[in-house]
Design a protein around this ligand. Structure first.
Ligand code: PMP
Length: 370
């Protein structure tokens, strides 16, 4: 049975690449052969054409409005995913005779750290390993080096499902936020960050586009000796046209920011929807008498990736296969931690969450204490 339209579409809980709003896909489908006024697909025109220039400028303006990006920040449309940012950040921002500080709240923070080690001195300022990354530090649990080049943190750990709900004030050290899996899910105080990066394939569209927002004074740190593509300053000077940017991804990003502004009503409304959807799933976990065990401590729970376990592996597999019969797709936890992960990014519909919630209750009723 089709769940969204006449075209068969599942309730997609994939962690990324992830669901895209249906109206965005429909718009892209409508314009695929010819972008209005252009006579060609957006995929077929020069990245330096005036038509593509308009697409990119509009995408950037919408992003700036949504996040209220201050004037002294540049927006870069890059490639290479967030993994390339794990390298570009230290290559560009590390200062001589200073260390980079890393806050490790899960698997992605650890991956970022291991790339940074290749560029210079790093200092782990907090590590959630002892409790298997089920929580986040309070601000006073973290002592930064006062002359650190930057502090790197992961706003939402996609695998473990722990998320900072606020933008903490870390003082003068520039904060680099990996926002890959909660970008545009809530308002962010951009001024608290030196640099924000996010691969687009979760809340912002297509794999292949990575969005970077960087405070302009930090561009002075990029050395001329860096390989060209890896140099933020070159991308900023060329307005993201230093090489051919991922044009279709930028176009789709424009449609998603338009959807956020015009259909959702901005990021506060988006956050409310995300809070409500996450609460309805965590409520099932909490009311299950231990049948479902959430991974994250309640005050650190992610609104994007809801992670939990069932009493044993057999029930976990059964959960996944029975869920598929209800059109509930991609619920298997990450291979490194197991369990179940329901990724409910911006494009997840209330209907999808409702079907999952009912299925979870029903599954528990049938299997608890048997
Ligand atoms: N950081 C986070 C928080 C992520 O969730 C991911 C991807 N799941 C990455 C980094 C890596 O992104 P990419 O695969 O685009 O390099």
């Amino acid at each position: 049975m089709a769940v969204e339209t006449a075209v068969e579409r599942l309730y997609n809980f994939s962690a990324g690449p992830a669901a895209i709003p249906l109206s965005v896909l429909q718009q892209a489908q409508k314009e695929l052969l010819s972008l209005p006024g252009c006579g060609a697909s957006v995929m077929e025109i020069s990245h330096r054409s005036p038509q593509f220039g308009d697409v990119m400028a509009e995408a950037e303006q919408r992003l700036r409005r949504l996040l209220d990006v201050p004037e002294n920040y540049r927006v870069l449309f890059l490639q290479g995913g967030s993994r390339l940012q794990f390298s570009m950040v230290p290559m560009n921002l590390m200062l001589a005779d200073s260390s980079a500080n890393y806050l490790l709240s899960g698997a992605w923070g650890k991956n970022a750290l291991s790339e940074a080690r290749k560029s210079g001195a790093v200092n782990v300022v907090w590590d959630g390993a002892t409790t298997n990354y089920d929580r986040l530090p309070r601000q006073d649990d973290v002592t930064l080096d006062s002359n650190a080049s930057y502090l790197h943190l992961t706003s939402n750990e996609t695998i473990q499902g722990v998320q900072f709900q606020e933008d903490l004030d870390w003082g003068d050290v520039p904060v680099v936020g990996d926002m890959s899996s909660d970008f545009l899910s809530r308002p962010v105080d951009v001024s608290r960050y030196g640099l924000i990066y996010a691969c687009a394939q979760k809340n912002a569209g297509l794999a292949g586009l990575t969005v970077v927002i960087i405070r302009d004074d930090l561009l002075d740190r990029s050395s001329d000796g860096l390989p060209g593509y890896l140099n933020y300053r070159l991308h900023a000077e060329a307005n993201s046209l230093w090489n051919t940017p991922p044009t279709f991804g930028i176009y789709l990003f424009g449609l998603i920011t338009k959807w956020l502004e015009e259909e959702v009503g901005g990021l506060s409304a988006m956050r409310k929807q995300n809070q409500d959807q996450a609460k309805s799933l965590y409520d099932v976990v909490d009311a299950s008498d231990g049948f479902y065990q959430g991974h994250a401590q309640p005050d650190c729970r992610s609104l994007m990736n809801v992670t939990f376990r069932l009493p044993n592996e057999g029930l976990q597999s059964q959960f996944i296969s029975e869920a598929a019969e209800h059109q509930l797709d991609a619920l298997k936890g990450h291979r490194s931690v197991g369990g179940i992960r329901a990724s409910i990014y911006n494009a997840m519909t209330d209907a999808g969450v409702d079907v999952l919630r009912q299925f979870m209750n029903d599954f528990r009723d049938r299997h608890a204490n048997r």
